[in-house]
Ligand binder design. Structure first.
Ligand code: NOJ
Length: 593
């Protein structure tokens, strides 16, 4: 069925490419079939969104790299898991200098992953399973192979083509020093690269906050704005239910290019979270609101100040943004509770629902993180060989799954976390993530959480690729994943996979869960207990001793065995409480005497 309103939109030219070579390419201007999205204006406020890292999800053509046909074949798996949407990491044409976050053409699918027709079919087919698609838009930078950047290099200094980027002469008598000492967003390395002219002589420098293959766009330029709004329309026209916005707080730079002040409190930062950025997202919101079916904008916003963060979520800007504060916290009751409180307090004034995120393709897997002596997360602290206790980590990750699924708002689930996969120690000579090289080989990079998923069987490729595959998975899977395959876990009622399936099933049917209020319940130290709705209590034990369960009428789900009506350490339980009032008394050990 095609939504008539959507079809009407499609009569208009969907792609208004501002300028440049992209317009000349021969490709469909509108989707062959524009699927209709269910008409639920608030779906995103409670949604469970599953992140597919396409390269590592499922490989249908046997070349060792995941692809869209692989995702297509696994849609029933995602339906059975109980997700509302898939967020696809970039699937566009890309030299993969940064795993696809270096986009050469936002309207083409990389041939390694499939074709535009396959993407359209996937979006439509997912909808038939009740699953929306969120595409990943990368607005801060493009690939150095993008037509605009190639044109800028060819056109030379002072050309209008170069104005879409940040080209600047170097400092020093011969221009041999970069224009600023701005730090890289990738831990180490330069943020400027010097061009070489046709005469072979060094020329101007261009800005790249990430790798040299990712030149930053100049968001003061009208082409850049127009082009991105056209890209949004391109994907909304094809049925995308939303966009995830990469590096969303970095787009605008101070054209005067002052150095980053030593004191973070000293005025506006030259490249982080500048006030002008909000106008861009107001424009994007107008585009999203033009479409039926509640198309959403989700920001990747890394900001420490919760109030600055919440400014992105004002009613005419983004719908939601990733809550990284919670993700970065250690497994500690006071710290997690403080983060939950700060999150709710920051979101309340703007009326946006919080999001709960335990990991993604950039950070250490929860099973490994939570098994460490220091279970907090920080990019700068990643090191090879950091010890972790996988049994402890898995127990905590199970508890965290129930804790986050019970909190108010929407939930993100990174592929493989539902299997309790651990971070893999990828061999140095296999690492592809540029973060590793840019750190001078000190940082293991992010490939450890990007290893292809284990689906079935007793040895690699564990069903990731077909049995007659001609290529090996692009990163080596560890042998112990034989116990963690989907096949093995589906058959085990106590598995992580079955815990997630049960949790998401309850989350969907339980009236108090998802968006809405929560109330803390008084509890013993290091216990996080809160009520949702009239009849749902979530309890997580972060202490090192078992605690008696509070008075309850029934157990809905537990992350660990409840022996003798006690909740073991590092475990969560969902209960039907005995009392419905928020001051429900806990039966402390003393009460038993
Ligand atoms: C954030 C993405 O999640 C990450 O993978 C990427 O490297 C950077 N942005 C740059 O696009």
């Amino acid at each position: 069925m095609t939504d008539p309103a959507l079809t009407a939109d499609l009569a208009l030219p969907a792609v208004a490419v501002a300028t440049g070579a992209t317009e000349q390419l021969d490709r469909p201007r509108v989707a062959a079939v524009a699927p209709a999205l269910p008409d639920d204006p608030v779906w995103w406020r409670s949604a469970v969104i599953y992140q597919v890292y396409v390269r590592s999800f499922a490989d249908a053509n046997g070349d060792g790299t995941g692809d869209l046909a692989g995702v297509q074949s696994r849609l029933p798996y995602l339906r059975d898991l109980g997700v509302d949407a898939i967020w696809f990491t970039p699937w566009y044409l890309s030299p993969l200098a940064d795993g696809g976050y270096d986009v050469a053409d936002y309207r083409a699918i990389d041939p390694a992953f499939g074709s535009l027709a396959e993407a359209e079919a996937l979006i439509a087919d997912a909808l038939t399973y009740g699953i929306r698609t969120i595409v990943d838009i990368v607005p801060n930078h493009v690939s150095d192979q993008h037509a605009w950047f190639q044109a800028a290099l060819a056109a030379g200094p002072g050309s209008p083509e170069r104005e879409r980027f940040w080209f600047r002469p170097g400092r020093g008598a011969s221009g041999h020093e970069p224009p600023t000492r701005w730090p890289s967003e990738f831990l180490g390395g330069q943020t400027w690269t010097r061009t070489v002219g046709p005469d072979g002589l060094p020329g101007d420098w261009y800005l790249h906050l990430f790798t040299a293959e990712q030149p930053d766009l100049n968001w003061d330029h009208p082409d850049v704005r127009a082009e991105h709004e056209a890209i949004l329309r391109f994907w909304f026209d094809r049925g995308a239910g939303g966009v995830r916005i990469d590096s969303a707080a970095l787009l605008v730079k101070d054209p005067a290019m002052p150095e980053v002040p030593e004191d973070p409190a000293a005025g506006e930062h030259p490249l982080h979270d500048r006030d002008e950025i909000h106008d861009i997202y107001r424009g994007w919101r107008r585009v999203a609101d033009d479409y039926p079916g509640a198309r959403v904008l989700v920001g990747e916003v890394w900001l420490e100040d919760p109030d600055r963060f919440a400014r992105y979520l004002r009613p005419d800007e983004l719908h939601t943004a990733f809550n990284f504060d919670f993700m970065a916290r250690p497994w500690d009751a006071a710290s997690l509770r403080a983060s939950i409180d700060a999150t709710l307090a920051a979101h309340a004034p703007v009326g946006a629902p919080p999001t709960w995120v335990l990991s993604n393709h950039d950070v250490t897997r929860p099973v490994t993180r939570y098994g460490r002596a220091d279970s907090s997360f920080a990019f700068a602290r990643k090191r090879f060989g950091t010890p972790s206790d996988p049994t402890l980590g898995r127990r905590r990750a199970r508890a965290a799954a129930l804790l986050t699924a019970a909190l108010p708002g929407s939930l993100y689930l990174y592929q493989g976390d539902e299997l309790g996969l651990d971070e893999v120690d990828v061999a140095r000579d296999e690492i592809q993530d540029p973060m590793h090289a840019r750190s001078g080989g000190v940082d293991p990079g992010r490939d450890g959480c990007r290893v292809p998923l284990p689906w079935s069987g007793a040895e690699p490729p564990f069903g990731f690729s077909p049995s007659d595959a001609r290529g090996r998975p692009w990163l080596t899977q560890p042998p112990h994943w034989a116990q963690l395959t989907v096949e093995a876990q589906a058959a085990d009622p106590g598995s992580m996979l079955n815990l997630y399936r049960a949790a998401l099933r309850i989350r969907r049917s339980e009236p108090g869960l998802g968006d809405g209020p929560m109330t803390w319940v008084p509890a013993p130290p290091d216990i996080l207990a809160f009520q949702r709705g009239d009849d749902f209590l979530s309890v997580t034990n972060l202490s090192d001793a078992a605690v008696p369960l509070p008075p309850h009428r029934g157990v809905l789900l537990a992350s660990a065995d409840l022996s003798d009506a006690h909740l073991p350490p590092d475990a969560s339980v969902w209960l039907r409480p005995d009392r419905v009032s928020t001051d429900a008394a806990w039966r402390l050990p003393d009460d038993d005497r």
